[in-house]
Design a binder for this molecule. Structure first.
Ligand SMILES: Nc1ncnc2c1ncn2[C@@H]1O[C@H](COP(=O)(O)OP(=O)(O)OP(=O)(O)O)[C@@H](O)[C@H]1O
Length: 128
């Protein structure tokens, strides 16, 4: 049983990575939004390479990608935790899920704006 097993030091540290990787795999397998954002992230990285964006632009792009993926996973964690404690209809459960979804939406809008600011001028310059 995981809760009783309490290794210390390096073993515990690396075990944390295994659990985290398992969470990422869970998100990818079960959450359509997480898959969508992962695929979008890969496409954006290819575009970054293709358009030769600057180091500072990469920093913004990577912040948008990393934040978006992390928030999606946190949103999934909140959804699962809420379902665990409250299967029945509950206004607090609704508030928890909807505010978590709102956080994802806010960051998604931020990410889209970053993408437009960085890529739109380069796209227009190359293809228009
Ligand atoms: N226990 C609950 N009580 C009240 N409202 C809930 C509850 N569970 C979900 N809801 C509400 O129902 C709607 C859909 O919730 P649901 O959990 O299906 O979200 P979803 O975004 O469709 O998630 P998923 O990614 O699992 O498909 C949301 O508005 C949510 O706040």
């Amino acid at each position: 049983m995981v809760l009783r097993d309490n290794p210390s030091g390096l073993k515990r540290f690396f075990r944390g990575f295994v659990y985290a990787w398992s969470g990422i795999r869970y998100g990818f397998r079960n959450e359509c939004n997480f898959r969508f954002h992962t695929i979008a992230a890969v496409i954006v990285c290819f575009c970054g390479g293709y358009f030769g964006i600057t180091k500072v632009e990469w920093l913004f792009v990577l912040t948008a990608i990393g934040g978006m993926l992390a928030l999606e996973l946190i949103n999934t964690a909140i959804e699962k935790a809420v379902d665990l404690v409250s299967i029945e209809e509950n206004p607090l459960a609704k508030a928890a899920k909807d505010t978590a979804a709102g956080a994802v939406l806010v960051y998604a809008i931020y990410s889209v704006l970053i993408g437009l600011i960085i890529f739109l001028p380069k796209f227009m310059q190359r293809f228009m």
